[in-house]
Design a binder for this molecule. Structure first.
Ligand code: FES
Length: 102
């Protein structure tokens, strides 16, 4: 069973930036793209665990700050030729509230 969890206000997430949400077990990076769509990934790069929340957002990708892998914000997977995925969470925005599917 899944629940929608309220995690942030949209305005609290900078456009082309992110906000880190901490749960008991992990950090989740919540990103806001230029088009105001919102994505959430486990804050761990699939390469060597770089903090994706500190990466650069362009379009619907984030570039890892450590070795510049480009990670697709929609599915959490590295773009070729690199391989690997981090967990992507489903998100929704209702009014100015951002929710994650937990
Ligand atoms: S840890 Fe992210 S590219 Fe290496």
């Amino acid at each position: 069973m899944s629940n929608w969890l309220e995690v942030a206000k949209l305005d609290d997430i900078p456009r082309l930036g992110s906000r880190v949400v901490r749960t008991d077990t992990m950090e989740i990076a919540v990103f806001r793209a230029a088009d105001d769509s919102v994505f959430a990934l486990k804050n761990v790069c699939p390469h060597k665990k770089g903090p994706l929340s500190e990466g650069i957002v362009a379009g619907h990708t984030v570039t890892c700050p450590l070795h510049n892998w480009k990670i697709n914000l929609e599915d959490g997977c590295a773009q070729g030729p690199d391989e690997g995925c981090t967990h992507a969470f489903e998100t929704k925005v209702d009014g100015d509230i951002v929710y994650l599917k937990g």
